[in-house]
Design a protein around this ligand. Structure first.
Ligand code: AP5
Length: 225
């Protein structure tokens, strides 16, 4: 059996983490865990967590670590993560990264690699301005770079496409600031552990996808040696 693949996708908002995670989850049959999607589902359902998270998300700030850690720990304890997983948007602070390391270590698991999607801020702003997501499952599109076949309709489930509340320009500015202050230190964190792999996220989605697939094939080879 191939070794378990436990991947983290790291990068600024709008770098393409969700776009790539969706494709990779299908390629490799890995559990796809997006803390952003989980939080948005909680907001939609009006749960206690959703109510607590919404004000932070709408402001482009991070949701407090204790809320995120409880949610992520429960999800990582589910059976479908035993064959490997892709984390999108988690960890996002050093405290989250340390807690993740601890939880996986207790279960005899570890991170295989952290893939950093490198995209400059100017391109992030263009991407987020054009992003559209479907109301049903959050499938991602871009009005210019990755348009749906029919305007404002999801190719995958036929639901309506909308703009996310936190994609307003003034909120995006804060999300980028928060990324540089609180999440970018994880680049050194994973580099020091020899786990960081850099991906040029400015190339088209299919090219980024091909690059990551090749990288994963190499990681698997290295792990099986
Ligand atoms: P979250 O949903 O995780 O948002 P994010 O990290 O800001 O990332 P995005 O979803 O905006 O972007 P992405 O990198 O997935 O890019 P995408 O593939 O969509 O988090 C939302 C909020 O929840 C946070 O602000 C925070 O409040 C809270 N939160 C979540 N996790 C948390 C945590 N761990 N701790 C604390 N708080 C947390 O692509 C963007 C656009 O570009 C799309 O339109 C896409 O079609 C297009 N695109 C993608 N790739 C390419 C490409 N290669 N070329 C051209 N266009 C592309």
């Amino acid at each position: 059996m191939p070794p378990q693949l436990n991947l983290i996708l790291l990068g600024p908002p709008g770098a393409g983490k969700g776009t790539q995670a969706e494709r990779l989850g299908e390629d490799f049959r890995l559990a796809f865990i997006s803390t952003g999607e989980m939080l948005r589902a909680n907001v939609k359902q009006g749960t206690q967590l959703g109510v607590a998270a919404k004000e932070h998300m709408d402001a482009g700030a991070l949701v407090p670590d204790d809320l995120i850690l409880a949610m992520a720990a429960a999800r990582l304890g589910e059976d479908d993560t035993r064959d490997g997983f892709i984390l999108d948007g988690f960890p996002r602070t050093t405290a989250q990264a340390l807690a993740l390391e601890r939880q996986l270590g207790q279960g005899g698991r570890r991170i295989t690699a952290t893939l950093l999607l490198d995209v400059p801020d100017e391109e992030i702003i263009r991407r987020i301005a054009g992003r559209r997501v479907c109301v049903k499952a959050g499938h991602n599109y871009h009005v210019d770079y990755d348009p749906p076949k029919r305007p404002d309709v999801c190719d995958q489930d036929g639901s309506r496409l909308i703009q996310r509340d936190d994609d307003r320009p003034e909120v995006v500015e804060n999300r980028l600031r928060v990324y540089h202050d609180q999440t970018a230190p994880l680049i050194d964190f994973y580099e020091e552990r020899g786990l960081l792999r850099r991906v040029d996220g400015t190339r088209p989605p299919a090219a980024v996808h091909d690059h990551i697939r090749a990288m994963i094939a190499t990681l698997r080879l290295e792990d099986s040696l």
